[in-house]
Design a protein around this ligand. Structure first.
Ligand SMILES: [Zn+2]
Length: 288
């Protein structure tokens, strides 16, 4: 694990893993980022276990002697917040949307158990440390001279996703709203809203994007993902209006998405799994 500097005082911690948490990757399959400010460090996403959180803490210590005082949990999936507990002694504020904070309180232990099953117990002694600062609207937080803007995704990738924008550095930390080179899951998504949001993110003209999964990217990464989700939606919509079931339309949907396959490993498996979900959204949209 290492820190990659992406802007002045901004660093990304990028996992090489492209698969689900498993014993080989020790659960470490998602990215984090941190901002070193005058009075301390803000950490955006803390990994999938106490152990991963501890490793991130060591990486940060290699860059700055300042404590992690602020954490942002981008969303409720366990790979992004189970590491919170590693920062228990120094953290003052753990930011999340209200939806995500209540989901973590309600389902936190289930995430610990699930990740233990997936990693054969490697993520072991993780304890749920839930968010304590709830964000319900765009909120600017001041880290000394650094301005950071937290804003909601409109439930695009999952209910209550939070993003962080550094307007001076033009750096965007997206959580799972952006995947750069792995097929995203649309299971908990509002796909139409996601497509709209990606258009808004593009208009912000970020120079650097740290995605929830995959390599560091830029506007091109947003455009590519937006194209993929749009193609997914259009292909399902076409099948829907032809009267096909989700099962019947799957081969054509996969055919329509084949140009994206080289850039998004795991595409076929996830599309097959998520197609019924997108189908229901297309159906709902047809009644609007
Ligand atoms: Zn994730």
């Amino acid at each position: 694990m290492q820190a990659t500097q992406v802007a002045n005082n901004v660093y990304a911690v990028i996992t090489p893993a492209r698969d689900y948490p498993n014993p080989d990757n020790r659960g470490w399959n998602s990215n984090s980022a941190f901002i070193v400010a005058e009075e301390g460090v803000l950490l955006f996403d803390t990994g999938a276990s106490r152990e991963i959180g501890e490793s991130i803490k060591k990486v940060i210590a290699g860059v700055s002697s300042k404590p992690v005082r602020w954490i942002v949990n981008s969303h409720g999936h366990g790979d992004h917040w189970l590491g919170n507990v590693a920062f228990k002694n120094t953290v003052e504020s753990i930011y999340a949307s209200e939806q995500v904070a209540s989901a973590i309180v309600a389902d936190g232990q289930a995430w610990v158990d699930r990740f233990n099953r997936m990693t054969d117990g490697v993520t072991g002694n993780t304890i749920v440390l839930p968010p304590n600062r709830l964000i319900n609207e765009p909120t600017e937080i001041r880290l000394g001279n650094t301005r950071a803007l937290l804003f909601l995704s409109g439930n695009s990738h999952s209910p209550g996703d939070l993003l962080l924008w550094l307007p001076e550095q033009k750096v965007l930390l997206t959580g799972d709203v952006v995947y750069s080179d792995r097929m995203p899951s649309t299971m908990n998504a509002n796909v139409k809203q996601w497509i709209n949001l990606l258009g808004e993110l593009e208009a912000m003209q970020p120079k650097i994007i740290v995605p929830g999964h995959g390599k560091i990217t830029d506007v091109a990464g947003i455009q590519r993902l937006r194209g993929l989700l749009q193609a997914f939606w259009i292909a399902v919509e076409k099948g829907y209006y032809e009267g096909k079931t989700d099962y019947e339309m799957a081969p054509e949907v996969l055919q329509a998405l084949s140009p994206f396959k080289p850039d998004y490993p795991g595409l076929e498996e996830k599309v097959r799994r998520d197609i019924s979900h997108v189908y229901l959204q297309v159906e709902a949209a047809s009644f609007e």
